[in-house]
Design a protein around this ligand. Structure first.
Ligand SMILES: Cc1ncc(COP(=O)(O)O)c(C=O)c1O
Length: 373
């Protein structure tokens, strides 16, 4: 079976983890600082605050930006549920705008309509599947209406717009380092921002409200709690994995994902009834997922499974249709159609050229009526 995900971890990660274990310094510390600095620098941001996962990174960013009760955040209903959940964890209300059916990302026009109709305080844009959202346009909308802009870049490490990496367009940006992601630490996340005050508030929020020495000369003692906070701190063991992944894997594996995607797009171009993903001019897609769409999705999925090709559906149920969002109404036809039609094919760095041939042949057999033809 060609799997839909295959996290890459090896000797280098094992060695670095062993070093951290030998050091006896397992929780927050210099290893985490070094990972924060390196990842922020890679993305072009001034500050990084590492967290336990992408969900807590989002929650932390929203809190650090002062988004809370009584406020509304416009976001996409076509994402992993954590994007909207974080808004609710912060005490604010997610308001859903529809996606652009060609990119699966927030449609700026839909965002503008929502901003015109409702009292909105912030925009939370997701760079879904590794393709940057139309973040320059969303930044313009945010600036025109005095809204804060948050990037959910959980799936887009190294993706870029006109040469600038995602993670630098919003007032804050959030990443996940879950095992299927382009860079993994097992579990983990990070908030990036250029605003030192936002970074300082984020660092406090993830550490029981304690002022962080790196942002605050007068950080006080270990049991001074300036604000309410959580324990969302990243462990040094995970930061060590992240540093290795950043230094030795991310860029190469993004190139491999792009090469696999190019092969698939080329080979599937003339298959009827299937739309392959696009990469709009100026945007660098890092193919966290390679997502096609077809109106016969479920049958194609069963067929590919029979042919040894693993697939994934991201996401079969839009967020507003989840039971946890009972009572939420919105007009998002492009999202609802996408949820019925999308199918992700294996694109990760361990997919070989031969594997892409197998995948394309299997898709073609479906088009022509099965393996016998
Ligand atoms: C778009 C998006 N946002 C947020 C998250 C949450 O990240 P985590 O699973 O690390 O909490 C994910 C992860 O699956 C995601 O894909």
């Amino acid at each position: 079976m060609i799997s839909i995900a295959d996290p890459e971890l090896g000797e280098r990660e094992k060695e670095r983890v062993a070093e951290v274990i030998d050091s006896g310094h397992l929780t927050d510390g210099p290893e985490v600082r070094a990972f924060e600095e390196a990842f922020a620098e890679f993305c072009g941001a001034s500050h990084g605050v590492a967290t336990t996962n992408g969900t807590t990174a989002l929650h932390t960013a929203l809190e650090a930006l002062g988004i809370g009760p009584g406020e509304r955040v416009v976001t996409t209903p076509f994402s992993f549920v954590a994007s909207a959940n974080a808004v609710r964890f912060a005490g604010a209300e997610p308001v859903f705008a529809d996606i652009d059916p060609d990119t699966y990302n927030l449609d700026p026009e839909a965002v503008e309509s929502v901003v015109a109709e409702r009292d909105i305080d912030a925009i939370l844009a997701v760079h879904l599947f590794g393709l940057p959202a139309d973040i320059e346009r969303l930044r313009e909308i945010a600036d025109a209406h005095d809204l804060r802009l948050i990037e959910d870049a959980a799936q887009a490490h190294g993706a870029a717009v006109n040469g600038e990496r995602v993670g630098t367009f919003g007032d804050a940006a959030c990443f996940s380092f879950y095992p299927t992601k382009n860079l993994t630490t097992g579990e983990g996340g990070m908030v990036l921002t250029d605003d030192e005050d936002v970074a300082a508030r984020a660092a406090r929020f993830i550490n029981h409200g304690r002022p962080a020495a790196r942002f605050d000369d007068d950080s006080g003692g270990s049991y001074d709690h300036a604000t309410l906070g959580h324990n969302f701190r990243m462990s040094s063991v995970l930061a060590a994995i992240g540093r290795v992944q950043l230094d030795h894997r991310l860029q190469e594996s993004n190139e491999q994902r792009r090469a696999n995607a190019a092969r698939l797009t080329d080979g599937l171009a003339d298959v009827e009834g299937i739309e392959t993903p696009i990469e709009p001019a100026g945007r660098r897609h890092v193919y966290h997922q390679y997502t096609i769409r077809t109106d016969d999705r479920d049958a194609l999925r069963t067929h590919l499974d029979d042919e040894g090709v693993g697939t994934g559906i991201y996401y079969p149920t839009p967020i507003h249709e989840q039971p946890a969002y009972d009572g939420v109404t919105c007009d998002v036809p492009a999202t609802e159609r996408a949820a019925e039609e999308v199918l992700s094919l294996p694109v990760h760095p361990n997919v070989s050229a031969a594997d892409t041939e197998t995948i394309m042949t299997a898709v073609r057999r479906f088009e022509t009526g099965g393996p016998q033809s």
